[in-house]
Design a protein. Structure first.
Length: 244
């Protein structure tokens, strides 16, 4: 999104208290996301909100769009483009267990991938590995191989893998080392960026902001202290706790 829209004022809010959402109930996720977006909106005028989480998007978008007047963009697994790209007709969906099980995901499959065999693999451990990599830790390939064993042991594994969690592109390099050569990784990042840019272009009376980009977490601790240099690398100079 920042590559397409470098001049916007960005506010990044991440929930390091209730994370990961993949194991939480739908009711909890909806209430939590509404609370966080509402808390940010009270402090900053928002032109658009991107829910950068597949699990949260699949359950909270209707409630968000009902509550708030600004556009809300969700992130959903890129099953449609993956179904177009596959050569052997086998598509793997790598996501949290919650996303793999939710009816929204199965609706996407029935709408866009009826001609494909979809192999579902849910893992919360991958989310933790991605977070650890953000903090500078190496990703142990044997652990990845163990997680991906159901696919690696198949006679004909997926030739196209959907990264159905916004954490997983962080692991793309390591995943490519473990998956069979030639496997395509597909995520929805570019499509979400284009959608966001289009929605921004259609808005009238947008007020430009001179504020610095801000990052909010739900609790400050040693982990967030270690994360600050990473956030600064993405253009977020400060990290504050968001009062809920």
């Amino acid at each position: 999104i920042r590559q397409l829209l470098p001049d916007l004022h960005y506010i990044y809010a991440f929930d390091n208290v209730a994370f990961p959402y993949g194991e939480k109930s739908e009711e909890f996720i909806v209430e939590r996301v509404l609370e966080i977006v509402g808390a940010v909106q009270q402090r900053h005028p928002l032109a658009i909100v991107v829910i950068a989480c597949n699990t949260a998007s699949t359950v909270s978008l209707p409630a968000l769009r009902e509550r708030f007047s600004f556009p809300v963009v969700g992130v959903v697994p890129a099953i449609k483009p993956a179904a177009r790209l596959t050569v052997n007709g086998i598509v793997g969906l790598l996501a949290t267990r919650g996303t793999v099980q939710r009816s929204y995901t199965h609706e996407l499959i029935s709408r866009f991938a009826t001609d494909c065999k979809i192999e579902l693999l849910g893992s919360s451990e991958l989310v933790e590995l991605a977070e650890a990599k953000l903090h500078g830790e190496a990703v142990p390939l044997p652990v990845l191989k163990k997680i991906l064993h159901p696919w690696l042991s198949m006679r004909e594994p997926p030739d196209t893998v959907v990264l159905g969690c916004t954490h997983f592109p962080l692991l793309a390099e390591e995943l490519m080392q473990v998956l069979p050569e030639g496997t395509r990784l597909v995520d929805s990042g570019a499509a979400i960026a284009r959608r966001t840019a289009w929605l921004i272009s259609t808005q009238e009376n947008l007020v430009s902001s001179q504020e610095e980009n801000l990052a909010y977490c739900m609790a400050l601790n040693e982990d967030t202290d270690a994360l600050l240099p990473v956030l600064q690398g993405y253009g977020f100079k400060s990290l504050k706790k968001l009062p809920l």
